[in-house]
Write a protein that binds this ligand. Sequence first.
Ligand code: PAF
Length: 304
Amino acid sequence: MRVVATVQEMLDTRSNVAGSSKVGLVPTMGYLHEGHLSLVRLGRAENDVLIASIFVNPTQFGPHEDLERYPRDLPRDLHMLEAAGVDVVFTPSADEIYPPGFVTYAEPTGPLASEGESAHRPGHFRGVATVVLKLFQIVQPHRAYFGQKDAQQVVVISRMISDFNLPVALGILPTIREADGLAISSRNAYLSAEDRKVATVLYQALQAGRRAFDAKAGDGTAAVVRAMVETVTQESRAQLDYAEVRDPQSFVLLEALQAPALLVIAAKVGPTRLIDNFLLRADGSWETGVLASELKWVEEERDR
Ligand code: PAF
């Protein structure tokens, strides 16, 4: 596995594999977990050359957010990526991606830019869209892989691909969950033992929302939102940011119980902010995530 840290080296490495029929990219901020590994596994299976990036992107963090303390463990990440069969890892510094004089950003508009996560993290998706566009330009992947866990990010990136006519196919994989339903996330490392137990409240709220959705109460998505809000309110250590039902393509709020739909939730558990979602597909089936214990390869990977 090659590890390259500069944009020039990455461009050179990419042109050396220009003849490869398919190049896949798994963009990450490191501190890898089973969610990332599920992307790497599919990327490995679907491409001739698989490239992963590790970059804690400063422009997607607000001024009072956790950029400095975001968990990092490069040796462990490289070990995991090598074991999973990645060919190249791109690990640029912030100066490589944002050199002096950098002034141009990619930015969504409309509800994606002002609602949901954006209402609580202004500018977050401007940072995400910009870095992902840069990674696409530098790595030139045929396919790129992201987790459904960051549902609004998936909408932002798929809109950007379409709006800018980018020649990249998206692979979106289900959220991977702990045995009690908590969505696996690098930020779960912040949870105290007590908060870790409480953190399942997001999953429980989504389950309550899904039951209300399936029960098709008379007042449309209001009953779904009520079910989610009531579940979180019962937990004194959890503070709800939002619980909403949105269109997974446009991200507009939905009032009618229709498919497809996205149940999104964000809450603080103690000091840690967590997000999660369930997706109701157009065919009426739910995408609620996969328990890590159901993935045979997790145990194999841990034993390595
Ligand atoms: O999902 C993430 O880890 C990040 O937002 C991404 C897509 C790597 C961009 O920094």
